[in-house]
Design a protein around this ligand. Structure first.
Ligand SMILES: Cc1ncc(COP(=O)(O)O)c(C=O)c1O
Length: 931
């Protein structure tokens, strides 16, 4: 396998190449010159070759020093070379180059009496150093001009600057894109008139990273003067957070009319570096600003007397205590000095923001690509209820994936929605659901249209991505639905997907980016023509034709998109910090007031200010280093996938579920089956992410553990948690989910692999010494977990008593929910006895509550839902201890036939007659859920 496919990420490749070069050059320095083997030499040569392709995109050590090292190598100055390479490798690892000049020769280093103790800097010391970044200058220049450009940049530095930066100079659009995708230190790009199109270097490694993410083939026909604006647009697409500055020789008028992507300012033909320098610093400062966090820190320093109902404020109730001093010692003083509330005055109010919280929310809107962003201090559970209440009136129809988070079901109950549940495709083998196929969504919409109810359909609510990592083709889903219902509102639950915004491939599948793209696209002539052409073709189309066609939305369709994100789940925020992002063309005109009321309904009047401050800081982080952190997270996850799926011992007992395991073939147009193929290396995922109906979020690694004989829950608690202190939060019957996050390091991945190997070894030992019967028992357990899986049941239907119209599936979940408040209307049935017999006799039995087994964690029954024999079979086969809504001592709470008859009577609805079905034998080997 060559180095291209061996590495998932170019950043990782770079740091590994420097470490390898350090080892090789150290060895060269140790050996007597006569004894140096040709292999060692050629290894060093090869590493220099590979690094030469990469180093041009980084400011440190810079091409000048790099070339110097190459010369040292060719002149056999191995001691000096080893010293320099050691310094570079170390500075790259510790990040010391961000804080100070790193001398690469011994004399200068001695002169400065430097010590390589950067890694030991205290957090306080680090916080005091000026943040460092790199500015990419794009211009075709010779070496002398490059030195001139860089020295100009250096001479601009002023003591009072808040940040320091170094310049990287590259000649072409292609090089600039590679640098932007690969060098995460870059925060600003200066595009100068000399920019060319193609790179002069041949890039077997980096070209791969560019392909598909930012293809520039369409630029081949452009005039050179248009390369600059085109580059700004491409940068906007791949790293929208960067500030671009365009230096042009064209007239103001010529440039003014063009789309300049993320260009913040145009400079005309000038070499005024002071202006440029000030703009660059201001651009970074605009992202660095944290209005609320700063206000809170300032507040904490002010002396105040507290005559307010919050004894913990200023730590007063703690410092004076004889019994809770340990709390003060544990948290330190600042957290209490910063404890305050809106009613104490001095700081903005979350419920009526018009100062620093408002500003912080506006900055978040910019960072996440929304039109409005609202902070929440009570998790996405609350965000979901707010959005649903703001948009749904009683009797509006909402289409929703049935395996969505419970907050949606409760939100829909409160709103009085008519709920139309959509079934996700099942993954029976692993007892988990996938996501809802687009065909299923379109089919429901067309059926509702045929029933004359399209005007009542208000919202489509889906989970993107799902807990297990299935990601929708968000833009396609929305466009095709809008083609049927042009004002449909979308709520994408992105509780697990806030980080996606900061990776160019992932971003394409987020609600906000898709909304912005659609807004822009719907206005184009090309779109109007595509729509008109399709309308002609579809004049006599049947529903089946519509299902089989990729539909184009009308240019007049409204783009109305909401996303809710648990910032605290995937980015830096204290627990419960979440955001609602809005991108709704009709928000101002139609929704704002209702949204405000809904926000008031669900938000505490004592919101936690620490959470709000952490959301503000979390936003700063992603705007400045989200790209880097998400990239590293992906690297860690990919390293984990690779290590587990290629380790011979691990392969005996475990399996990392691949894309093909989790997404059926029908939904994978690209044919991508896995991310890492042991024979071919890393598989190109870009095609899949561009086109497939569903893709798998690689940062979530689902491990099938059935081969160990332990079920997912036992593996999680008894093995991972109790024995090795490894925490995970999702299991299925025979799998566990390892989630990486932006804090995951390569060493934490290494630890996990070590633990898995140890577990596999201990299983090997156990089986070696096992008796025949013990082995048989193990095989049985494995077979039970990997072969005898209960099929996941579909949503059955709402009982007729809770339906207005038997020709369409939506149901009145709210009436059912409140009917269950009346004890007289409810009864209990046990799974194996009364309930089993009733279903066998063909009776309709209706659930009076939500029944949520953990795992899988979504309701398999909702109030008002008819209990099918498939659902009962599933429940009886489930071997989990935790089933919310189910009382082991009493059984399932159901409605009495009398209560159902009464409700049905009120709706003039006769009840269906019992029809006895052919008997099914109770499975003797399945455990009941209550056991
Ligand atoms: C899909 C989904 N939505 C919403 C939530 C609720 O988020 P929070 O924990 O921020 O309230 C969760 C929680 O796990 C979830 O999985």
């Amino acid at each position: 396998m060559n180095s291209v496919t061996e590495y998932y990420s170019a950043t990782q490749l770079r740091s590994d190449r420097w470490s390898a070069l350090r080892d090789v050059t150290a060895q060269l320095a140790r050996e007597a010159p006569a004894k140096i083997s040709p292999t060692l030499r050629s290894r060093a040569d090869e590493l220099f070759e590979q690094l030469a392709e990469i180093e041009a995109y980084w400011a440190f050590p810079g091409m000048q020093d790099f070339d110097h090292m190459r010369r040292q190598f060719s002149h056999n100055s191995f001691a000096e070379l080893a010293f320099a390479v050691h310094r570079v490798a170390r500075a790259l690892t510790t990040g010391a180059y961000r804080r100070r000049h790193i001398p690469l020769d011994q004399a200068e280093a001695d002169d400065r009496e430097e010590h390589d103790d950067e890694a030991l800097l205290s957090p306080e010391m680090r916080a005091m150093t000026k943040p460092y970044f790199e500015v990419l200058i794009v211009d075709e220049v010779n070496d002398q001009q490059e030195r001139w450009l860089k020295s100009n940049v250096h001479s601009m530095r002023r003591h009072e600057d808040s940040f320091i930066y170094e310049a990287v100079v590259v000649p072409s659009v292609e090089d600039a894109l590679i640098a932007a995708l690969f060098n995460h230190n870059i925060q600003a790009v200066v595009v100068r008139p000399g920019v060319t199109l193609r790179s002069r270097q041949d890039h077997p490694i980096l070209g791969r990273f560019l392909q598909g993410i930012a293809n520039i083939d369409h630029l081949d026909g452009l005039e050179p003067v248009d390369f600059g604006p085109a580059l700004c647009r491409l940068l906007d697409d791949i790293r929208p957070e960067l500030d671009a500055y365009l230096v042009t020789e064209r007239s103001v008028e010529a440039v003014a009319g063009t789309d300049l992507g993320n260009c913040r300012r145009v400079f005309y033909n000038q070499e005024d570096f002071v202006e440029l320098h000030l703009n660059i610093l201001r651009g970074v400062q605009a992202r660095y600003r944290t209005p609320f966090f700063t206000a809170l820190t300032e507040y904490s320093k002010q002396p105040t007397g507290v005559f307010h109902a919050m004894p913990i404020s200023r730590g007063k109730s703690i410092t004076r205590s004889h019994w809770i001093q340990d709390m003060g010692a544990f948290y330190g003083p600042n957290i209490f000095l910063a404890e305050t509330s809106a009613t104490s005055g001095g700081l903005d109010s979350l419920l009526e923001p018009n100062g620093t919280i408002k500003e912080a929310q506006e900055l978040a809107a910019r960072a996440f690509g929304s039109k409005q962003t609202f902070f929440a201090t009570n998790g996405t559970s609350t965000c979901n209820k707010i959005v649903v209440q703001a948009l749904i009136k009683p009797d509006d129809i909402v289409l929703v994936d049935r395996d969505c988070h419970k907050s949606h079901h409760y939100g829909l109950v409160l709103a009085g929605a008519q709920v139309c549940y959509l079934d996700s495709y099942p993954l029976n083998e692993y007892s988990m659901y996938g996501a809802v196929p687009l065909r299923e969504i379109k089919k429901q919409l067309l059926e509702l249209k045929a029933a004359g109810k399209l005007d009542r359909v208000r919202m489509l609510l889906l989970t993107n991505c799902t807990f297990d990592g299935i990601v929708y083709n968000v833009e396609r889903v929305m466009e095709e639905c809008l083609a049927i219902k042009p004002d449909l509102i979308f709520l994408w639950d992105e509780a697990w997907f806030a980080f996606a915004r900061f990776n160019p491939t992932y971003r394409k599948r987020t609600g906000m980016r898709a909304a912005n793209k659609m807004r822009a696209r719907f206005k184009t002539d090309a779109h109007a023509q595509a729509y008109a052409a399709q309308q002609e073709l579809l004049v006599d189309a049947t529903d089946e034709d519509l299902l089989n066609t990729r539909l184009v939305a009308s240019p007049q369709a409204r783009v109305r998109v909401y996303t809710t994100q648990s910032t605290h789940k995937t980015l830096t925020s204290l627990r419960q910090g979440s955001m609602i992002h809005v991108n709704d063309s009709d928000f101002k005109g139609e929704v704002e007031q209702a949204f405000h009321e809904a926000y008031m309904t669900h938000t505490s009047t004592s919101p936690n200010y620490q959470i709000i401050a952490s959301l503000d800081v979390g936003r700063r982080q992603v705007e400045l280093e989200g790209f880097e952190f998400v990239q590293r997270q992906l690297e860690a996850a990919m390293a984990m996938r690779r290590a587990i799926s290629t380790h011979p011992l691990l392969m005996k007992y475990f399996k990392v579920l691949t894309v093909a395991d989790m997404i059926p073939e029908d939904y994978r147009e690209s044919g991508t089956e896995m991310y890492y193929d042991p024979d071919r290396g890393w598989v190109d995922i870009l095609d899949a992410w561009q086109n497939d109906e569903f893709v798998l979020d690689a940062t979530r690694v689902t491990l099938a553990v059935g081969g160990t004989g332990w079920d997912g829950d036992t593996f999680k608690t008894k093995i991972l948690m109790d024995k090795y202190g490894i925490q995970i939060n999702k299991t299925s019957r025979n799998s566990v989910l390892f989630m990486t996050n932006i804090g995951t390091t390569r060493s934490s991945v290494a630890y996990l692999i070590e633990v898995l190997v140890e577990i596999a070894k201990s299983l090997d030992d156990l089986l070696d010494d096992a008796s025949k019967m013990e082995k048989l028992g193990f095989e049985r357990r494995v077979a039970n977990l990997t072969l005898n899986y209960p099929p996941l049941p579909d949503f059955s239907r709402f009982h007729d008593a809770f339906r207005d119209d038997l020709d369409s599936p939506e149901g009145d979940i709210r009436s059912a929910y409140y009917l269950a408040y009346d004890e007289q209307s409810c009864d209990y049935m046990d799974l194996d006895g009364t309930l089993y017999n009733a279903l066998e006799d063909g009776q309709e039995v209706v659930s009076a509550s939500f029944i949520i087994p953990y795992p899988p964690g979504f309701p398999i029954l909702v109030p008002g839902q008819v209990i099918s024999r498939e659902i009962l079979a599933f429940m009886r086969a489930l071997d989990v201890n935790e089933i919310h809504g189910y009382r082991a001592d009493l059984g399932l709470r159901v409605f009495t036939p009398e209560a159902l008859a009464e409700v049905a009577g009120k709706r003039n609805r006769p009840l269906r007659k019992a029809v006895a079905k052919p008997k099914t034998k109770p499975k003797s080997d399945t455990k009941t859920a209550a056991e």
